[in-house]
Ligand binder design. Sequence first.
Ligand SMILES: Cc1cc2nc3c(=O)[nH]c(=O)nc-3n(C[C@H](O)[C@H](O)[C@H](O)COP(=O)(O)OP(=O)(O)OC[C@H]3O[C@@H](n4cnc5c(N)ncnc54)[C@H](O)[C@@H]3O)c2cc1C
Length: 440
Amino acid sequence: MISNWGKYPEIDAEEVLYRDKNTLSLITKGKSWIPRGMGRCYGDSALSQVVVSSLYMNHFLAFDAQTGVLTCESGVTFEDILNTFVPMGWFPPVTPGTKFVSMGGAIASDVHGKNHHKEGSFSRYVHSFRLLTAEGENLLCSRSENPEIFDATFGGMGLTGIVLSLTVQLKRIESSLIKMESLKTRNLEETLAVLNEFESATYTVAWTDCLSGGNKLGRSLFLKGEHATLSDLSGHKYSGSPLEVPQKIKLTVPFNFPSFALNPLSVKAFNFAYYNKQFSKEVSKLSDYDGFFYPLDSIYHWNRIYGKRGFTQYQFVIPKKEGYTGLKKIIEKIGSQQMGSFLVVLKTFGKQENQYLAFPEEGYTLAMDFAMEPRLFPFLEELDAIVLEYGGRVYLTKDARLPKDTFLRMYPQAENFLKIRNLLDPERKIRSLQSERLGI
Ligand SMILES: Cc1cc2nc3c(=O)[nH]c(=O)nc-3n(C[C@H](O)[C@H](O)[C@H](O)COP(=O)(O)OP(=O)(O)OC[C@H]3O[C@@H](n4cnc5c(N)ncnc54)[C@H](O)[C@@H]3O)c2cc1C
């Protein structure tokens, strides 16, 4: 049985490691298949009859220490890059909220980080990649070679082919630390004001309490950060080892929690404790990059707290204009139905990167986890209606249930994507449960 991070859906599938194109075509003959990396998408994007894992393709191929240009295979993860290149003074240009994501997955979802408002998504830093298509062609794709296929692959959820390798620009850093400030806001209005006020900061994010209502609705812990320079470290205990990679003891959730462990009371208590973990209104400090970018990675298998039934993440973006009203409506709805989520993350996005299935567009994005329960999908359809009303869309890499007609209204550019699909894979050999559901 196989599933992704949300543990829903779980299916019986054949999982094979990618070795070469001839073996792949023999194994997948007459069957549908989909590429897979670290399985950190939440729902059914990386599930099919045959799941083709990139995880043996985990080699660095070339690195220019002067320019920071890295060529590697697609199974290399953010963790591999951090462990190897931070000590040399280079950092991923964009990173998702977990480092256990492969480069192939980063391309297929065109991942964003806490710097999208300023520095865009992953695609912006990829010079080129090699793609093996459903027909067995090995294509070099870049902004000048096969440019439409290049663009459509970012956010294309693995449906244009399997990315074999890529060349990406890393970011120069002077230290492995983040100079961060955190600030408590009292309500949604203040949270959005702070997110907008600090738009020139490289990294920003707000952890929002979604279960307090009234004049506390949308109160958050707002964080901003910059890569610390050597002068920021002077006199600090790290000044002698500015590029050290953090080594921490990791905790593990050893088994699936029983379903009663997660209830409106425990979620409310968690949100209260998280908001109040910071006593004073403002705090500044140096943090290691793990603590700033990947706080959840310190607990292995944290997805087990949602129990055997699993969970899903609902992440949407809505344009800034009327963003406040749209977000307020959604947070009110979550609170009134006691459908709270442990951690709700609010970020700002800059411009959309491509005219295919790119998720980010200029606006606010909110992400929240919900345990699977019978009333969940009808509830999420109500949220879809609000997201649509405000001109937004949901993130496909987190999705396990979006209805096809809602998807087409959220992603009118799907038409452009289908043209590329028809060109590359007219017989639809590459298919996921998600692509079948959404008609792509
Ligand atoms: C805790 C957590 C935090 C997250 N935070 C963020 C965030 O801040 N921002 C963000 O954008 N995302 C975030 N994500 C989502 C995650 O970055 C994406 O789902 C990513 O695509 C997962 O990569 P993966 O290697 O696990 O790929 P998988 O989950 O295995 O696959 C995801 C998609 O990529 C395709 N794919 C995988 N490998 C290849 C390949 N070699 N060639 C072609 N297609 C391929 C699959 O077909 C599938 O469609 C988060 C996920 C988790 C669990």
